[in-house]
Design a protein around this ligand. Structure first.
Ligand code: SF4
Length: 423
């Protein structure tokens, strides 16, 4: 295991990784079309192509919600966030190895592996988000002995004095495994370069979300999701270049004012809802101005320190600056305050909770967060989804009724209170 330096070292100076230039002629439609084709491929063909162009380099799957992709990049590898089958694959083998009362993403991720669709991967990292993820890591280890399968124990007590040291030690352990598999060591410069690229990428994602908040007519939540999903199979620099070009073009896009209510979509931080569900929300009159979809793309809220001790900086960022979520444990932040703050930041008229069926962390927090919203007078609607659900009419009716009731409220709803509202 490689132990990296720490303490008061001089900062490693690196330039941001700008990635290959996107054609200056690339149109927004062209970018979205390409992203759509990349995002819709459960067989990871783009990853196979990347492997062909980078012989010997690792492609490492990252189960949601967050694992430090920088560690994979520091050994010259490609991090590949996994999102399950997204309703596009039949479950033919996974059900024989797993009970039916678990969330869809765990079952479909296993099916992806058993059907050979993850063949481009050299390993998979499972972060400690819930029992289902932990059990899936064990099933993967048993069923795919040639894969590097690692369960990452993220620190769960942010208030502890040793939390940063613990997190740093766990990241160091994981990096050692990746180095051994890659056959190369990651230098501090490698890590610092990956951290700078990660900071830059998250900044672009945040700009996309800010644009949606401020000018939602420019890009739908569906298009934003597709733009971000393409990053699952592209090197970070290339995806950053794509986002940068899209962000240049979006303000010039013609828009028409739309009579919709502003909603915060919450609860789909891990398993992703079917695209039809996102479309249904929009068709039923919602402008989704904030969400926790693909949360790992912006899990860290502030730039990670790039100098000194890179592993310590990543551990500190996880503990101090990560987004409140049902799978982030042991913090002193109130989740009730966090959702009220998100409502206020997005100037949302209401909250739509879309929670994956059988997702224990999401369903636990739903009760708590809904109670806080009720007390603050923020309207909300809740339903569950599955990857392979096929009928959306019931949800459409619920959302349309929700939208109509909010339109009746007009501007008379009280502004959410924040102070003193701890659940
Ligand atoms: S959807 Fe929920 S239960 Fe399933 S793996 Fe994700 S966090 Fe765990």
């Amino acid at each position: 295991m490689t132990v990296h330096g720490r303490g008061n070292r001089p900062p490693v100076v690196t330039e941001p990784t700008l990635g290959p230039p996107v054609s200056p002629d690339a149109t927004l439609d062209g970018i979205l079309e390409r992203c759509r084709s990349l995002a819709g491929d459960p067989s990871l063909e783009a990853v196979s192509r990347w492997k062909g162009e980078h012989p010997g380099a690792l492609a490492i799957g990252l189960f949601p919600v967050y694992a430090p992709a920088e560690l994979v990049e520091a050994v010259g590898g490609l991090p590949v966030p996994l999102r399950g089958g997204g309703g596009r694959i039949e479950l033919e083998r996974a059900d024989a190895r797993m009970q039916s009362f678990v969330c869809s993403i765990t079952r479909s991720t296993l099916e992806l592996g058993l059907s050979g669709r993850l063949a481009a991967l050299d390993g998979v990292i499972f972060p400690s988000i819930c029992d289902a993820a932990r059990n899936l890591s064990g099933i993967f280890r048993r069923n795919f002995p040639s894969l590097l399968v690692e369960y990452l124990h993220l620190p769960s007590n942010a208030a502890s004095r040793v939390a940063v040291d613990y997190g740093r030690g766990e990241f160091s352990r994981l990096l050692g495994k990746l180095e051994a598999r890659a056959g190369r060591r990651a230098t501090e410069e490698d890590l610092a370069r990956a951290i700078v690229a990660g900071n830059e990428h998250r900044d672009l994602v945040r700009r996309l979300y800010a644009l949606r908040r401020e000018d939602p007519g420019r890009i739908s939540s569906l298009e934003s999701w597709v733009l971000l999903r393409a990053g699952d199979v592209l090197p970070r620099g290339e995806h950053a270049a794509t986002l940068r070009r899209a962000l240049d073009l979006l303000p010039r896009r013609a828009t028409r004012p739309r009579d919709r209510i502003r909603v915060l979509l919450h609860g789909a931080f891990c398993e992703q809802p079917p695209l039809e569900l996102l479309a249904t929300l929009e068709e039923a009159g919602c402008e989704v101005v904030g969400d926790d979809l693909l949360l790992g793309t912006r899990w860290l809220r502030a730039p990670v320190r790039a100098g000194g001790d890179p592993l310590g900086a990543l551990a500190e960022a996880y503990l101090r600056d990560s987004t409140p979520s049902a799978v982030r444990h042991g913090t002193t932040e109130s989740k009730g305050e966090a959702i009220l703050e998100a409502v206020s930041r997005c100037r949302a008229d209401g909250v739509v909770f879309a929670t994956a069926k059988f997702c224990e962390p999401g369903l636990f927090d739903l009760v708590l967060e809904k109670r806080v919203l009720d007390r603050a007078g923020v309207p909300s609607l809740a339903f569950e989804f599955e990857e392979r659900m096929g009928a959306f009419e019931s949800i459409r009716t619920q959302v349309e009724t929700f939208v109509e009731s909010l339109l009746l409220f007009g501007g008379e709803r009280p502004v959410p209170e924040r102070a003193g509202r701890r659940p």
